[in-house]
Design a binder for this molecule. Structure first.
Ligand code: AMP
Ligand code: ZN
Length: 468
């Protein structure tokens, strides 16, 4: 299966090849745990989940690493305003984040390294940059990366910044630097930071944000690895600076493929904390939507297209998923009916599905292949699909669901048909075949008394639990 991804580094769609055959190392910029993540953030994490599941669908073994930024201006400010130690302040947000990932059926990463647990690795990287003459200490006690002293820095400008529309973070530490583009590797201790401080040979302080991602990704994935992802606002300056730090030390290409998702928008604006136009997952769950429906909506657009969040889309997801459930339920019932195999199978859509995924994760096309299969399965069911044919269709839906993650996840569990109910239904089918209408009516009433409704179609009968 061929996979083509748009690489922000080369500014083109490239056929993906992993550095080690059959294995992929993937690093994902994770949350800053000072608050609950909003569903804009989850668009990014779901794009990454979709990417990872696509790689697995294509047969790769994926090692995904996602960092937790648990020390920065916002986490420090939050811990101070609540009077809690930093770790105590971030803990509930880390727990909420993992719960939210579960609610959205996101496959867990192999490691979730926290910045505060990797200070030695970050200090080692700074030391190496000092040794190379690229890091320098400024009068305020901070350590900066010098873009002028790193001859290769200019080359990095080829990360495709033209994709950026809004939301670029500009560091607010513009003083005491040799050059405008220099960025902090280490922030010298400031009274405002209180007791959030670590010792280092160049003076006490705390690490800069960009540094944690270079240090932790290389620790877990090696000096060169396959994929690095994030939202488009991570592209510059964060990712550019990550590359500079890593390559200045190793002299090797840091990451092969860079992928960035477009923003989730609300009324034409980026969903963000600072604009106040955001919903957390909890907000939507409280309104009665499910993680499954939210997953469906956030995955439904191609990741590089901006997606406008609406409640209409959530309502449409509910209707769409009900149709999917109906089909899956009917296939399950058919499997249990023991209809003789006539060799008829629902025409497979797996090839179209895989081709859509391989086309830079074209989710709308992949959804289209999935629905083409659902439609074909419904029509096969009404034309007497055998039990083996129904099982084969369920197997194919399960394969697609390895990537989609919303077919089986979080759905109301179809009620098992108890054996005695099935026996009554079989007896009724026999009575009907023998045109013994009195007996068939009696059995229908008997089933109803036991809480099961029989529906007849030209194709036979189906059983449904009566609404309680
Ligand atoms: P942050 O916690 O702000 O560092 O963001 C965590 C991740 O969410 C990053 O990959 C961001 O690029 C991404 N992100 C933030 N806002 C949005 C949005 N509205 N739509 C999509 N991704 C976003
Ligand atoms: Zn990062």
């Amino acid at each position: 299966m061929e996979l083509k991804f748009y690489n922000s580094m080369s500014r083109s769609a490239e056929v993906f090849h992993s550095l080690v055959p059959g294995k992929v190392g993937m690093y994902t910029c994770g949350p800053t745990v000072y608050n609950f993540a909003h569903i804009g953030n989850f668009r990014a994490y779901l794009f990454e989940d979709f990417l990872r599941r696509t790689l697995e669908f294509a047969g790769y073994e994926v090692t995904q690493v996602m960092n937790l930024t648990d020390v920065d201006d916002k986490t420090i400010r939050g811990s101070q305003s609540t009077g809690k130690p930093l770790k105590e302040y971030t803990k509930p947000y880390i727990e909420a984040f993992f719960n939210d990932l579960k609610m959205l059926n996101v496959e867990p990463a192999a490691v979730y390294p926290a910045a505060t647990e990797h200070i030695p690795e970050m200090k080692a990287l700074i030391q190496a940059l000092f040794d190379k003459g690229i890091a320098y200490k400024s009068e305020d006690g901070s350590v900066y990366f010098s873009v002028d002293r790193f001859a290769d820095y200019g080359r990095l400008a080829h990360l495709d910044r033209s994709q950026l529309r809004s939301g670029v973070r500009i560091a607010n530490d513009e003083y005491e630097k040799e050059s405008f583009g220099d960025f902090a590797l280490w922030k010298g201790w400031d009274e405002k930071d209180g007791d959030v401080v670590w010792d280092a040979p160049w003076g006490k302080g705390r690490p800069g944000w960009h540094l944690e991602c270079s240090a932790m990704s290389m620790k877990y994935l090696g000096e060169s690895f396959d994929l690095h992802t994030g939202g488009i606002d991570n592209l510059f300056p964060h990712h550019e600076n990550e590359i500079a730090q890593a390559e200045a030390v190793t002299g090797k290409p840091f990451v092969h493929t860079w992928m960035h998702c477009a923003h989730l928008r609300v009324n034409g604006q980026k969903m963000s904390k600072s604009l106040g136009n955001f919903f957390t997952l909890r907000d939507l769950l409280d309104k009665g939507y499910t993680g499954r429906e939210i997953r469906y909506v956030l995955l439904s657009a191609q990741y590089r297209q901006s997606l406008n969040f609406t409640f209409d889309a959530l309502a449409a997801a509910r209707t769409a998923l009900a149709r999917v459930d109906e089909c899956v339920d009917a296939l399950n019932v058919r499997v249990k009916e023991n209809r003789a195999d006539d060799g008829v199978r629902v025409a497979s859509q797996l090839e179209a599905f895989g081709a859509a995924l391989g086309d830079d994760l074209n989710a709308p096309e992949a959804f289209a292949a999935f629905y083409a299969f659902i439609r074909a399965a419904n029509s096969a069911l009404s034309q007497g699909l055998s039990s083996a044919g129904a099982q084969a269709a369920l197997d194919e839906l399960n394969q697609m669901d390895r990537v989609l993650g919303f077919v089986n996840f979080g759905r109301a569990v179809a009620e098992e048909i108890p054996a005695e109910i099935q026996a009554l239904a079989d007896a009724r089918a026999k009575a009907r075949a023998e045109k013994n209408w009195a007996e068939s009516d009696r059995l229908r009433d008997e089933l109803a008394a036991q809480g099961w409704q029989v529906r007849d179609s030209k194709d036979g009968q189906t059983l449904k639990p009566l609404a309680k």
